[in-house]
Design a protein around this ligand. Sequence first.
Ligand code: NAD
Length: 361
Amino acid sequence: MTSYRVTLIPGDGIGPEVADATRRVLEATGIDFAWDLREAGETALARHGDVLPEETLASIRENGIGLKGPITTQLGVGFRSVNVGLRQALGLYANLRPGKTMPGVRSVFDQIDLVIVRENLEGAYSGIEFDTGTVEAAEIIAEINKRQGKPIAPDAALTIKVITPANSRQIVRYAFEYAKANRRRLVTAVHKANIMKFSDGLFLKIAREVAAEYPEIEFNDRIVDNMCMQLMQRAQDYDVLVMPNLYGDIVSDLVAGMVGGLGVAPSGNIGPDTAVFEPIHGSAPSHAGKNEANPTAMILSGALMLRHLGEQVAAERVEQAVGAIVAEGTQVTYDLRQDRDPSKATGTAEMADAIIARMAS
Ligand code: NAD
């Protein structure tokens, strides 16, 4: 039997509790996991003096796969962000964010089943910026003003948006491969190529080229503002959406809001050799250590990891059991109860037990 060695980072706050629930649910699929337990965040800072120790990165590199709980972000300066650090160190170019309505979860919309694939490394988030009033900004502005007819004010601040053919091809190809592996019918490229003719125009051109390699999957494209309106009016017409960084950041949160928010939203960060899966919610410190946090988002992140490993049947078993328990609404954490009565709520560990029992039935 295949055994998977996975780096497990429980994280901070409610992280250890939702990570433990997830580990138990994944083991109940019958798949063999060897968990390589590592630290990041506050626990790592206390022990290693670094929120993202090199040994944690080395473990993910070696195992090729990580499952991560939420990390408390240090507000003081001087500590790097674990999530940005992970993304950059491992070249995690794709952010995968499914948005699916679940019966039992309060949401404004119903019957939504979308997957957002966001480019994670470049676009408007290249990190190349020049502040107002700096010599560097003034020099670049002077140079640009020599070359085109719309003068930029000398005290402007600049952010460089970078779209490369290689990264565009990589992200769109990932979207199509995901669609193919998960039997999705349509990929939509989202852009603003009517205004940003060169940068977004390049993204769209590459998307069309890649689409031609996948004749079995439908392809279309939408301008990002129109996409947002259409998501409000007929989200059911869409399936997998692929887009540059900034649009992906905004649209994925829009979709998370459409389907009921944080407690149930999983994600994955995919690179050429490694992938890290995590819930999108934070460490919710006020709920930590009380066995009351909702483990659904991290369990569904575990199911996404199973899909990434090619274990589609096990992933479906987990998703169906979670869906059934959430829909029934009796063995769920406080936030998922229709009556919101904390005295009747099920604990984190007991909700995981209920999911495991459902998988066995
Ligand atoms: P948060 O997601 O931790 O909490 C927002 C709200 O949702 C709170 O009311 C919280 O109690 C509730 N909530 C979140 N997850 C829940 C769960 N699983 N079950 C029940 N209730 C849940 O966001 P925040 O309060 O803005 O951030 C707290 C800390 O987490 C900060 O340090 C922040 O930087 C960090 N954070 C980390 C990540 C990550 O590691 N990926 C993501 C977001 C925030």
